[in-house]
Write a protein that binds this ligand. Structure first.
Ligand SMILES: [Zn+2]
Length: 311
């Protein structure tokens, strides 16, 4: 539950202080050179609020520098609110809804949400591969979009897009949008994101036949024979499937359709919420704060998407 009366959602100063607390739990840190101690807060009317001076490199900075919130005209409290709303919405929230709740234009809401999704995307540096010795990783794939009901009469049915989910049993998961479901493509996803010392669980798709041999163990359930869990209860891909159920409900319910270009971002958004779900010890506020923390260092990634205009 979000306490909407919390000043961090209405007051810029309170929101900035909140963001500073998340990003700099041990005090302000210069984003340019990493200086932690020799930093002065610039106060008084001459300065923009929240401005710091680094006495190491002489650069000035505020808490949004180097984050997905950098150089935005939207007040920080609206960023914090949008982040909390996205964190708390299990099936996702539409840009239309954010537009109404924040009092911003649709275009701004849309850009804000993509920036927040960027913060939710896994970072190669911080997040290593899944699994390992004695651990089980489920791999499964699904198709999203392409529902006939959204197609205009006489127009072709929109293309379906494939997503591969990798779930470490009792741990984290990753969701990857893939151009196709071929052994070559899926193999590449698996080999970069899963440790070979893991036990791999899949369905009986032939896709995994050869690549399964590269893992410590490969066990599969025979979906074509309606076997969903092995007799000993150890082999299944039910966790991956429950993730897909949420992703699909979200995409049809909140977004109606998702273009191929943006599918990876939605998949990462849902994976982030899954990894920070209640069963993993996060409440809504803690999940939101995890996004605010992750907003750092994603700015460059964001620029590469070519959306760094507006908002
Ligand atoms: Zn510095």
């Amino acid at each position: 539950m979000i306490d909407l009366t919390n000043p961090i959602f209405h007051d810029e100063d309170a929101a900035r202080a909140h963001l500073e607390e998340q990003r700099w739990p041990h005090g302000a840190e210069c984003p340019h050179c990493g200086e932690r101690h020799n930093v002065t807060k610039l106060e008084g009317k001459k300065h923009r609020k929240g401005l710091y001076q680094c006495n190491g490199c002489r650069e000035q900075f505020s808490v949004t520098v180097g984050t997905v919130f950098e150089r935005s005209r939207v007040p920080i409290n609206k960023w914090v609110l949008a982040t909390h709303l996205m964190a708390a919405s299990k099936k996702g929230i539409s840009a239309k809804q954010i537009e109404r709740m924040l009092g911003v234009t649709y275009k701004t809401a849309w850009f804000m949400m993509h920036r927040i999704r960027e913060a939710m995307a896994p970072s190669a540096k911080a997040d290593g591969p899944l699994g390992g010795k004695g651990k089980t990783v489920e791999s499964d794939e699904t198709y999203v979009g392409g529902k006939g009901k959204n197609a205009k009469k006489g127009k072709p049915v929109p293309k379906k897009h494939a997503v591969v989910a990798l779930v470490e049993r009792g741990g984290e998961m990753r969701a990857s949008h893939v151009p196709d479901v071929t052994a070559k493509t899926v193999r590449k996803v698996l080999f970069t994101q899963v440790r070979r010392s893991s036990t791999l669980n899949t369905d009986d798709s032939l896709l995994y036949y050869w690549m399964g041999r590269d893992f410590a163990k490969h066990a599969s359930v025979n979906h074509s024979a309606k076997e969903y869990v092995s007799r000993d209860g150890k082999t299944h891909v039910n966790t991956a499937e429950s993730f897909f159920a949420i992703l699909k409900r979200g995409i049809t319910g909140s977004f109606h359709s998702v273009s191929e270009q943006h599918l990876q971002r939605y998949a990462s958004e849902f994976a982030f919420r899954w990894n920070t779900r209640e069963a993993n010890g996060f409440n809504d506020a803690e999940r939101a704060n995890a996004i605010l923390k992750a907003a750092e260092g994603k700015r460059l990634t964001y620029r590469r998407t070519g959306d760094a205009q507006d908002a």
